[in-house]
Design a protein around this ligand. Structure first.
Ligand code: NAD
Ligand code: LMR
Length: 441
């Protein structure tokens, strides 16, 4: 079997060790010849880089390995870039969450003003990464799961329309794992129909391979429990704030009981509830810093101290197998069915062609072929049109350096009550993002 060379961009990410462990667990399906880590923060990456070096020496010494901050070394001779960068790191995530909350508005990593701020920081870095990849490995594919995926995907569509970049999200994968548990199946037993934008969509069908429909049964469960399951089936979305989010899905379902909602819709459909239950002094960023980041980096430091990973292992990011499935689909033309963020072009019949939508696709060596989802109802269509326009305005504001368009984007977000509040938040965000955002006029 052919062996592949991969660079993980965002080598210092809390997700890097989990992805590496998952890659090692999948070597029989997706063999590796080279693995490189790339980050623009030397110190942060070095901790994980050195620990992962020990892991590889012990588990897969044949794989050539390095970690580097040099783009040429990182991107030369690669087949895939797995990208999970966070421009501004947790320090800026905290501001994305706390600034809107100060104004009584949802403070979230990818939704509302926080997501807009994060988008404005990420576009430049993502485009730069694509250009570096194309310079040193013109045939390579980038599998991007850096957030905010909706805005990043729209920026790729506008600024690099011919680049081999696929944008994917783990939230539908995580929820499908919960859904499959509810009906006593495995995710791979199921085929879904789904439409929406990233962090903004609905399942319209969940069938097994024989064609039996499970949606009514799942709906009955979710109407009572949300996506909370007795057994913890998701290895990522398990913290207290996530349990509350899984539970809240029952109130999302109540708004339109026909379809199963993506959990992120709570920020748009129940923003008042979200603000009321948020602690402006302690947000998700603080929870991650005190939880996932602390655990991952202390494990890495222990491995380095002991000089061995034995008895002190990184947890495998089992939820992340979707990245390997996607790489395999391209590498081996598997025609796997996966949800991806792609240009609509008629996939949702009554929605704009140039919208980046999240829909099921068949993925092979030429990339994704989206599967037609037909017409969608008015309620969802109107919500999606409002949100996709926010995303488009952000990308236009970035390109044109337009204060006006960014103000419009914030004003249009369903999470923001008025143009006045939008302006006040925007002015605070501009101050906080100095050095990250382009100048706005
Ligand atoms: P993190 O801050 O721990 O890691 C991000 C890393 O990216 C940092 O080490 C940082 O130095 C690095 N970085 C920033 N800008 C860079 C650049 N221009 N080039 C190279 N490296 C750069 O963050 P995390 O919590 O581990 O999350 C990483 C990313 O993955 C985020 O974008 C997050 O939103 C995303 N994420 C996506 C999914 C998904 O399925 N779509 C799920 C979870 C997290
Ligand atoms: C993260 O894991 O930090 C996010 O990307 C999603 C979450 O858990 O808030």
């Amino acid at each position: 079997m052919k062996k592949f060379s991969i660079v993980i961009a965002g080598g210092g990410s809390t997700y890097t060790p989990g992805i590496v462990m998952m890659l090692l667990d999948n070597l029989d399906r997706f063999p590796l010849r080279k693995l490189k880590l790339y980050d623009n923060d030397r110190e942060r990456q070095a901790v994980l880089g050195e620990a992962i070096e020990s892991v590889l020496k012990e588990k897969a010494p044949d794989i050539e390995y390095c970690y580097t901050t040099d783009p040429e070394e990182a991107f030369t001779d690669i087949d895939f870039c797995f990208a999970h960068i966070r421009t501004g790191k947790y320090e800026m995530r905290e501001k994305d969450e706390k600034i809107p909350l100060k104004h009584g508005v949802v403070g979230q990593e990818t939704c509302g003003p926080g997501g807009i701020a994060y988008g404005m920081r990420s576009i430049g870095d993502m485009i730069e990464l694509i250009d570096i990849m194309e310079k040193y490995s013109p045939d390579a594919w980038m599998l991007n799961y850096s957030n905010p995926a909706a805005i990043v995907a729209e920026a790729c569509r506008v600024l690099r329309p011919n680049s081999k970049v696929l944008n994917i999200c783990d939230m539908p994968v995580g929820t499908l794992r919960r859904i499959s548990h509810i009906i006593g199946k495995e995710p791979q037993d199921l085929e879904v129909r789904y439409f929406g934008l990233n962090h903004f969509g609905w399942w319209t069908s969940v069938k097994d391979k024989e064609g039996n429909e499970y949606l009514p049964q799942i709906r009955d469960y979710v109407a009572e429990n949300g996506y909370l399951t007795q057994k913890e089936v998701d290895t990522q979305h398990t913290d207290a704030s996530w349990q509350e989010t899984h539970k809240k899905a029952k109130d999302l379902l109540a708004v339109d009981p026909r379809f199963l909602p993506n959990t992120y819709l709570k920020y748009y459909l129940y923003p008042d509830y979200v603000v009321k239950t948020s602690n402006p002094e302690y947000t998700r960023a603080n929870e991650v810093i005190a939880g996932r980041e602390k655990t991952v980096f202390s494990t890495a430091r222990q491995i380095i101290e002991r000089g061995t990973a034995e008895g002190c292992e990184f947890e495998m990011g089992a939820h992340a197998t979707f990245v390997v499935d996607l790489a395999r689909a391209i590498a081996f033309n598997t025609h796997e069915r996966m949800l991806l963020i792609v240009e609509n072009n008629g996939t949702i019949a009554n929605f704009d062609d140039d919208a980046m939508v999240e829909v099921p696709c068949i993925v092979g060596s030429d990339g994704p072929e989206p599967l037609s989802q037909g017409k969608i109802p008015e309620f969802q269509r109107a919500l999606m049109y409002q949100q996709v326009t926010v995303e488009k305005l952000v990308v236009q504001a970035y390109i044109e350096g337009s204060y006006q368009k960014l103000w419009q984007a914030l004003t249009l977000s369903k999470t923001v009550p008025s143009a006045q509040v939008a302006k006040e938040i925007l002015d605070d965000l501009i101050e906080a993002n100095k050095g990250y955002w382009p100048d706005l006029n």
